[in-house]
Structure formats: C-alpha cells, structure tokens
Ligand binder design. Structure first.
Ligand code: AMP
Ligand code: MG
Length: 357
C-alpha cells in the first residue's frame, strides 16, 4: 500500500441519473483501477462512508482490517450490485432475505445469510454466514458495476471511532492508510445500515438502523425481535458495547438541563445535543460561554443525518463533556438510541481512541 496521503477526488452526481459528469466517471475509473489492484478506496454510501476492497480477494480484505485496526473477530458487510450478485455469495437465500431485498434494495438494509464457499473467511470472521447489502448511493453502485465484483466495505474510520459522514472525516481518521478517497458530499442517512439476521426461522435485527423495525415487520408479516431482546439470541459478532464513539466523553441524560448545569458549575465546557431548544431550562444555559447548545431535530431520520457530523465537530472543540438528551422511548428512535448508548458506554478495550499504530 502507498504511504503518501491519498488524493480526494470529487464525484458530484447532480441528479443521481444515468449520466454523471465526465470528471465523476474519470474519478470512478481511477478508483476501479485501485480496487482491481487490491487497494483500498473510501467511497460514499447513503449510510456512512465505506472503506472498500475486493471482497473475494483475501489480501485486499486483510488491508481493510489493518487500516482500521479492526479486530479479526468483527466481520465485514459485502456490497453488491443486485440480488443476483448477492445470491452468488450465499449458500442459501432465505425467504426473509428475498422479501427484504425485493422491497428495500437498493437501500440501507443488510441481510445476514448462509455464506457461499467463495467468500473468504476473513470477511465472515470465520463464521458460517455473510452480511450482504445493495447500497443506493449512485457512486458505490457505479463503482461495483465498473469493478464487476462485490466490495467489502466497513465504515471508513479507525475501529471504534465515529463513522465518517464526509470525505473530510475519512481523511482525518485514516489518512495515508487509504489509497484514494471519493468525495460525494455528506451522507444522507448518516448512520450505519439496519442489519437483519435472516438465517433464523424468525429474522432478528442485529443492529437497528435507517430502516425501522416497523417497516421490517410489515414486509415480513410479523414483529421482528432485536438481538438482546430475546434470551439466547446472540448479537452480531464483533459488536462491542462501546462503538461509534467521539473522543470527548458523552453522557445520555433523561434530565439533560440538570446534567449540563452541574457540569458548568464544576468548571467544565459542555456540548449539548438538545431536543428541546426552546424550553426555558435550555435558554437559561444557552447564553453561557461554557456551553455549546446544538438544537437537534425531533425527527429521527433528520437527527441521524446530522449526529456523527455534529459529534465530529464537537470533538474538535476540546470540550470536557458532550450531553445528549435521551431520545424519546419510541421504536422509531431505536437506531439513534443504540448509537448514543454505544458512544457513551465505558471503554471495554483499553484502546478506545483506536490510535495504536
Ligand atoms: P461496519 O461495516 O463497520 O458498520 O460493521 C459491520 C457490522 O455488521 C459488524 O460489526 C457486524 O456487527 C455486522 N456483521 C457483518 N457480518 C456479519 C455476519 N456474518 N453476521 C452477523 N453480523 C454481521
Ligand atoms: Mg464501523
């Protein structure tokens, strides 16, 4: 791998249609060449930026793990052009996978299915299943089509850190560890895909995400349990309690105004992801020079689209604490609650900032 800083190539695609600007096609051709040579390309998707490599090339996949500092126990999602490519990587194609793919692909849902022999062990962390997604973003879609092969692509950040939702975030996190960055602007969903295990008789949500449990239930014809809700149902391998974390300590609080006031009194500089910007208790601290109050949208999709970019921005301000209002106790907020909970969990590894070489 090249140790120079990577080029960042803009890949504007104004209408998402069949004919992107010539410069976008040229950038994609360069990216396809890097990938065919076994290199790593950071690429926008509708969820977060992915760190892509040829999924069926074990040496290329190994570079992903090295670049991220990702433990080999954490399997990768393989990105495909369509259901036919997905099925070529699966030993069986359960009915639930077919229903979800038919209704939601291309889009931000990942299905876990029995793996085909062609999928390298490294991709599946040695497991018997493989996670597959057909993304909607035109840039990664065209890239998969140009390469003509599936791309393994976890989030393009150092392991355990915040996922990137802009090309700048990728550059800051991975620098020379990536060969090329495609800049497609900010990601629209802004949080990682919904992951559904389709190998069990009753599918299970392994990771909540942009596609809500209610949508899955409608498509599958029954309620869909979340891993952890049911005794004996394992979570995804590699999913640590602490994940998606900023460097600044984060606290999720049901009584955020009190937590913020207390921190200010203790001499701390505080950021507040605030769901009640107009409440009197908020106004009372908003004027303080010790507090950065960030009004958050009361719609989960809009909240998710901004969350990581705001955490990245707050992280740069050297605050002592970030406080987030606990999201409403509704299923529509499951994915946001999951990401905030993980980001505020204590470090289990002793290497929370992932900066070890
Ligand atoms: P990332 O691409 O960084 O968002 O991480 C992908 C996540 O998908 C992993 O952390 C796993 O939790 C999940 N995943 C990937 N492959 C599998 C699999 N075969 N079975 C269950 N979960 C998986
Ligand atoms: Mg990740």
């Amino acid at each position: 791998m090249d140790h120079a800083l990577p080029d960042t190539l803009p890949v504007p695609w104004p209408d998402g249609g069949a004919h992107p600007p010539a410069a976008t096609v040229a950038a994609l051709e360069r990216a396809a060449t890097v990938l065919r040579g076994g290199g790593l390309v950071a690429v926008p998707t509708e969820t977060v930026y992915g760190l892509a490599a040829l999924a069926l090339d074990e040496a290329a996949v190994a570079r992903i793990f090295t670049a991220k500092g990702r433990p080999a126990s954490n399997p990768l999602i393989v990105h495909v052009a369509d259901t036919a490519m997905a099925r070529s990587l699966a030993a069986a194609w359960p009915d639930a996978a077919e229903r979800l793919a038919a209704a939601l692909w291309p889009g931000p849902v990942t299905v876990v299915v029995p793996r085909a022999a062609a999928v390298p062990d490294l991709v599946t962390a040695g497991g018997a299943t493989v996670a597959l997604r057909c993304p909607a973003h035109p840039v990664i879609r065209r890239l998969i089509a140009m390469v003509g092969a599936p791309l393994a692509a976890p989030s393009a950040n150092r392991s355990l850190r915040l996922s990137p939702t802009t090309a700048g975030h990728v550059f800051e996190s991975l620098g020379a560890r990536v060969d090329l960055i495609l800049d497609g602007g900010p990601c629209s969903a802004g949080i990682e895909s919904t992951v559904v295990d389709c190998t069990a008789a009753e599918p299970v949500v392994l990771r909540p995400g942009p596609v809500a449990a209610a949508t899955l239930a409608t498509l599958l014809g029954h309620p869909v349990a979340a891993a952890g809700d049911r005794a004996g149902v394992a979570r995804s391998p590699g999913q640590l309690r602490r994940h998606y974390a900023p460097r600044t300590p984060l606290e999720v609080a049901a009584d955020a105004p009190r937590v913020v006031r207390r921190a200010i009194r203790a001499g701390k500089r505080v950021g507040w992801l605030c769901l009640t910007p107009d409440a009197p208790a908020t106004r009372a601290v908003a004027g303080s020079t010790e507090a950065v109050v960030v009004p958050m949208p009361a719609v989960p999709q809009e909240y998710g689209a901004r969350l990581y970019a705001l955490l990245h921005a707050l992280d740069r301000r050297s605050l002592d604490l970030i406080v987030a209002d606990a999201p409403p106790a509704e299923a529509a907020w499951d994915a946001i609650r999951d990401r905030l909970t993980r980001a505020s969990s204590p470090d289990e590894t002793g290497d929370a900032d992932g900066t070890a070489p």
